[in-house]
Design a protein around this ligand. Structure first.
Ligand code: FES
Ligand code: FES
Length: 219
């Protein structure tokens, strides 16, 4: 131990001497001392690299720090740490466990991620979560009845054989629910318009259209 402490102390002294007179210091070292000195300086260099990387990470982290936010989702207050660039669909799926909202294109084109924000259908993939403080968010999970029953739009879609692979279905449901809340008795054209932002790879557009009309008729 005493040797280690001494060697440790000498390494620092050696480093200081080398800084003042590197050639002189090296020429007075034995081969064994030289190897020790090289190993020690390598350790210092890699330690410095680690510290440097650490400080860069801290700087990066400072620009991407999470903030605790309280969201109102499906009538519940949910506290969640949110990154500045985090989208609502990421928060819902990855942090709140609400995976009913799907990610299709992830760039505001397909409608798979449609949720309601203050009852307005919105693409969750193109909405920053940190902007939603105090807003009312409704996802497909929020349509569930008190005893687990499906929403009437969901039942109507099933009856109309609209869901094929089903991937676009949650988004179609949310768009239809938003429409029926403001227009309980929509025209065909209004339904077409309301679900025009929701693409269906399976091409079941007419089934979804008929489903919305059937749900409206039920009301
Ligand atoms: S995943 Fe959001 S619009 Fe396609
Ligand atoms: S049912 Fe498959 S994408 Fe619409």
């Amino acid at each position: 131990m005493a040797n280690d402490r001494n060697a440790h102390g000498h390494r620092h002294e050696g480093c200081d001497r080398q800084a003042e007179d590197p050639i002189g210091a090296l020429t007075t070292l034995s081969r064994r001392q030289l190897i020790k000195a090289v190993i020690a300086s390598g350790a210092v260099a890699s330690g410095a690299g680690f510290l440097l990387r650490g400080s860069v990470s801290s700087a990066q982290a400072a620009g991407t720090a999470e903030r605790l936010l309280t969201l109102t989702v499906n009538g519940q207050k949910r506290r969640v740490d949110v990154l500045p660039q985090e989208t609502l669909v990421q928060t819902l799926r990855n942090k709140l466990g609400l995976t009913g909202t799907k990610i299709g294109c992830d760039r505001g084109e397909c409608g798979a991620c449609t949720v309601l924000i203050d009852d307005v259908p919105s693409y969750a993939c193109s909405t920053l979560t940190h902007r939603l403080r105090g807003r009312k968010i409704t996802t497909i999970e929020g349509l569930e009845g008190p005893h687990g029953e499906l929403h009437k739009v969901q039942k109507a879609f099933i009856a109309a054989l609209a869901p094929q692979c089903g991937f676009c279905t949650p988004g179609q449901v949310m768009a239809a629910v938003a429409l029926l809340r403001v227009k309980p008795n929509p025209s065909v054209e209004e339904v077409r318009q309301a679900i025009s932002g929701n693409l269906c790879r399976c091409g079941a557009y007419d089934n979804y259209l008929q489903g919305v009309l059937a749900a409206a008729a039920e009301v």
